[in-house]
Ligand binder design. Structure first.
Ligand code: ATP
Length: 980
């Protein structure tokens, strides 16, 4: 006995609480039509999870709640409880007794489910009874309808019964769940694949764009760091250049102002001199007029004198001796005056000539001295200019004679780790150039490399190109050398010690070790005497170099002297500066000497001209003096011959002759005027020379001023250019990098700026070659790719899940096929016996319509009742069909034990004999299965262990009571009678 009790309240016609306690295996439910028997069947199915309103014979679920009758009001809730004996653990729970309850509220339409009074879900109840044979589609609850439908059903429809018997329902349910899961998975997979394809279409271009953007960002970052340093370096250098240019401009401006002032002053002087020249010219002109006038007067007077002489001559010829004597006396006086006058003038001219000669000889000696001075100055100038050219050439190409060094420097960009040449890396302090240069000697041409590998690389380059030999100093292996502390302390107190050579060079910090390696133990002293002394005190342990470059080597050997062309890369600039300075002075001196020489030469020319003039005058005057002398002598003789003795001697009265005096005065005037003209001309010449000299000077000053102005313009242009570049750099710093110069300066890298500039150029080109860049691409790529990867993983998971489901389905199929086939065979085995028992002979056989498709095949039945041939099951009578169905039902019960079977008038269509056979057959299952049989047939009732009668005493409300067989028969008969 499995079902112990049913409790109903408010369910269909059971308005009041009704309890049926079952205490035996075969229970009959009897009662007249419509009293509510089948409602009990419905109640059991309802509790066990029936959801189909139709199979509960209603139109909505609330139809199961008592809907009232003429005498009773409707109730609001239906509640049914089934109590099972689970001591055999037919239900898969640990409880010995299981109570299953279902409630339904009319108002809310809500259902409630309980197992052992604990609320649960409908699903839990369905799972509890699944495969126990009690399911809602169970073959354990069979109605008349089921029986009659069996024969007429299609083979496929019959399958359900066998599946239930085989207990594959749970697998089928699970399979269906799995299939729908599979469908969902497949749908999801397809949707996913669509999305993945779409994402794939986006991912690759985005990946490329992201890579490009990353390269762009990386390059931009590098560019920013380097360019900021380059900009800072440029700004610093430009600021220095601008300061330098401003200083130069200021100096130039001062020079210009000085030149302009000097020119102004000199121009004024020139103007003054020109005025003087003009005045002198006018004065000379006036004097010239006076000179002409005087000459004219002389000519007139001379003419008159000749006339007078002629007159006298005539008078003498005819006059008396006394008159002759008087006349001759006057003529002697005259001639004597003239002679004295001319002689004196001759003497003056001779004195002048002697003076000029003296003057000339002095000027010539001055000229010869000036010439030699000029020659010397020109020679020096030439020498300096040549030296300047040589030095400039050397400064441009300091390594012209070092083929290997030159080759390495030219190939510097292709070689790696070349830091430079020693002479480029170290800058000697002013005045120490010679000492440092000699201290280094050949080492100044050594090439500094980053490490030994770079040196090796450079050496193989020299070998390959046959470019000569060079010495390399790898920074990585250079170790500093220093003077011993006590030696240094000692040396400091010695005479002439200036310091250690490393103190007198400037270099970048990273070359400090190399500096100390080269100079750390070299001492600089003032002169060789002190060098020897210090060497001795330091026990000849150090190289000592003097400011002049002489050396006391370690051990005491000495090197010294002077080369003709001793310029080295370290001394070139110094020498060039000093040569330029000397050159400037020398040029000025040469110019001055030239001016001096030219002044002397013009002075000489002037003296020569004056001398010639004097000589001409002398040449003219000398015969005149002689003539005057002989005339005087002749007249004296004539007078002596005619004059009485007492009258011999010259009468002074004759001197008063007006003509002679006027003539003499006129001659004096001529002399005076010509001397005045001469001095004025001399002055005029002097002033002219002065003007010329000054004009030359002013021209030179103007040329210089022009050069200064040109230089100033160049400086202005350079300054403007530098300022524009500075502004551009500042602008770039603030606009592009949003940095102040001070902040940028703090970020400046300590690096080779030349290389940094090249790198900036390269980076700019690389960035430009990237073209359009989508800066959001990395983020977009990340997001899309993450989604892509996530979905790809999900796809893999779904495929794995799908495979798993399919494997599970295959496994379930296998189990179902196996169980179904096994059960089918078992049932088939039982069928023939059951058939023969119920039909009293004949045979029956079940067969699979499609044995190759066990999972879906329909089931047909081949029946041959006794005395009949095999015919189509549909051709049998209603009773036969029912009996065949009952045979199959019993075969199933035999093949698989059911704990509970509820038959609702299944035997209705059978005749009396078959009812009895049917009822008897049931009793065979007693002890294994419990039967609740709703019946109207006494034959069946007779085989029941207990009978329950259902009545509807009150109109519309069912009641239950246990009855005896006869009462039961009566209940049926009575009703039938009433109906009849
Ligand atoms: N919700 C309901 N409220 C009240 N009465 C109901 C309700 N549902 C059904 N009934 C009544 O139950 C009766 C039907 O009961 P049922 O079908 O169990 O009768 P039966 O005893 O099996 O009859 P038969 O012998 O003819 O098969 C009907 O009279 C019907 O009015």
């Amino acid at each position: 006995m499995f079902l112990k009790r049913i409790e109903l309240q408010g369910f269909k016609s059971f308005a009041d609480k009704s309890v049926i306690n079952f205490d035996s295996d075969v229970i009959g439910i009897v009662g007249p039509n419509g009293c509510g028997k089948s409602n009990i069947n419905d109640a059991i199915r309802w509790v066990l999870g029936e959801q189909s309103v139709k199979s509960l014979r209603g139109s909505s679920m609330s139809d199961v709640i008592f809907s009232g009758s003429t005498q009773r009001k409707a109730v609001n809730m239906a509640e049914v409880t089934l109590v099972f004996d689970n001591s055999k653990h037919i239900l898969n729970v640990d409880f010995e007794e299981v109570e299953v309850t279902r409630k339904l509220h009319r108002q809310s339409g809500e259902g409630e489910y309980f197992i052992n009074k604990a609320p649960c879900r409908l699903k839990d109840i369905v799972n509890l009874v699944m495969d126990t044979g009690l399911g809602r589609d169970s073959l354990s609850i069979i109605s008349q309808g089921n029986i009659s439908a069996f024969a007429d059903a299609k083979p496929e429809e019959r399958r359900a019964l066998f599946e239930e018997a085989a207990g594959v329902a749970k697998y089928k349910k699970r399979k269906n769940e799995s299939l729908s899961k599979l469908n969902r998975t497949q749908e999801n997979l397809m949707r996913l694949e669509d999305i993945i394809v779409e994402l794939e279409r986006q991912v690759n271009p985005l990946k490329r764009q992201a890579k490009k953007a990353e390269q762009y960002i990386e390059k931009k970052k590098e560019l920013e760091v380097i360019e900021v340093s380059v900009l800072v370096d440029e700004i610093e250098k430009l600021s220095e250049d601008i300061d330098e240019l401003k200083k130069k401009a200021f100096d130039m401006d001062t020079q210009k102002a000085m030149h302009e002032t000097t020119i102004q002053v000199e121009d004024n002087k020139i103007n003054e001199l020109r005025n003087e020249m003009y005045q002198l010219d006018r004065e000379v002109n006036k004097l010239q007029e006076r000179f002409t006038k005087a000459n004219e007067e002389v000519r007139l007077l001379e003419t008159r004198k000749i006339e007078m002489d002629e007159k006298r001559k005539y008078a003498l010829e005819s006059a008396s001796n006394a008159e002759k004597a008087r006349e001759l006396k006057a003529m002697v006086e005259e001639a004597s005056f003239e002679y004295e006058d001319r002689r004196k003038r001759l003497q003056d001219l001779e004195t002048d000539f002697a003076l000029k000669k003296e003057e000339l000889s002095k000027v010539e000696s001055d000229i010869s001295f000036s010439l030699s001075e000029n020659q010397q100055a020109s020679a020096i100038l030439n020498r300096l200019e040549n030296r300047k050219d040589v030095l400039e050439n050397l400064a441009r190409q300091p390594f012209n004679h070092q083929q290997a060094v030159r080759s390495i420097l030219e190939a510097r960009n292709t070689l790696q780790g070349i830091e430079g040449v020693v002479s480029q890396i170290f800058k000697p302090q002013t005045n120490y150039e010679t000492a440092i240069s000699n201290a280094l000697a050949g080492a100044m041409y050594h090439i500094v490399t980053k490490d030994e590998a770079s040196a090796r690389h450079a050496i193989s380059f020299l070998k390959k190109n046959q470019s000569g030999r060079a010495t390399f100093l790898p920074l990585s292996v250079m170790r500093p050398r220093r003077m011993m502390k006590e030696h240094y302390m000692l040396a400091q107190n010695l005479k002439g010690f200036l310091g250690v050579a490393s103190e007198f060079v400037e270099n970048e910090e990273r070359f400090n070790d190399l500096r100390d390696s080269l100079f750390g133990n070299v001492i600089i002293v003032d002169n060789l005497v002190n060098a020897n002394e210090i060497a001795k005190m330091l026990k000849y342990g150090y190289k000592i170099v003097t400011l002049e470059g002489d050396i006391v080597n370690r051990g005491g050997s000495m090197t010294g002297g002077k080369q003709k062309n001793n310029a080295t890369p370290l001394t070139i600039q110094k020498e060039l500066n000093s040569v330029m300075q000397s050159l400037e002075g020398q040029r000025l001196k040469t110019d001055q000497l030239k001016v001096q020489l030219s002044a002397l030469q013009s002075k000489k020319d002037q003296i020569n001209a004056q001398s010639v003039q004097i000589q001409i005058s002398l040449a003219k005057l000398d015969p005149i003096v002689k003539a005057k002398w002989s005339k005087l002598e002749h007249l004296k003789e004539e007078y002596e011959s005619v004059a009485p003795d007492e009258d011999k001697g010259v009468d002074s009265e004759l001197m008063e002759d007006d003509l002679i005096v006027r003539l003499s005065k006129a001659h004096s005037m001529i002399d005076e005027v010509s001397s005045s003209i001469k001095s004025k001309r001399e002055r005029r010449m002097k002033v002219g020379n002065e003007v010329e000299r000054k004009e030359q000077q002013v021209r030179a000053l103007r040329r210089e001023l022009n050069v200064i102005q040109n230089d100033m313009r160049d400086i202005e242009v350079s300054q403007a250019k530098a300022e524009t570049r500075l502004e551009t750099s500042m602008e770039r710093l603030s606009a592009t990098y949003e940095m102040t110069f001070e902040y940028a300066q703090s970020q400046k890298m300590d690096t080779d700026m030349q290389e940094a500039r090249i790198r900036v150029k390269e980076l700019r080109q690389e960035i430009a070659s990237l073209g359009n860049v989508n800066l959001d691409a990395p983020q977009q790529y990340k997001e899309i790719n993450e989604r892509y990867e996530f979905l790809t993983k999900q796809k893999a998971d779904l495929i794995a899940a799908k495979d798993k489901i399919m494997v599970a389905i295959d496994e379930m199929d296998e189990i179902m096929i196996h169980q179904f086939k096994e059960m089918f065979d078992k049932i088939n085995n039982e069928l023939n016996d059951v058939f023969r028992a119920l039909f009293g002979g004949g045979s029956a056989r079940l067969f699979l319509v499609d044995p190759s498709d066990i999972l879906n095949t329909g089931i047909d039945i081949e029946v041959r009742p006794p005395g009949k041939t095999v015919q189509n099951i549909r051709l049998f009578s209603g009773g036969e069909k029912s009996l065949i169905a009952i045979c199959v039902l019993f075969s199933i019960l035999k093949a698989r034990t059911m704990p509970l079977c509820i038959f609702d008038e299944v035997e209705a269509a059978l005749d009396q004999a078959n009812v009895e056979r049917f009822a008897k057959y049931i009793t065979q299952f007693r002890g294994e299965s419990q039967f609740i049989v709703v019946t109207h047939r006494p034959g069946t009732m007779a085989q029941c262990d207990a009978l329950y009668g259902v009545t509807m005493q009150q109109n519309g409300v069912s009641q239950l009571l246990k009855v005896k067989l006869q009462d039961a028969i009566n209940m049926v008969d009575k009703k039938e009678e009433v109906e009849a």
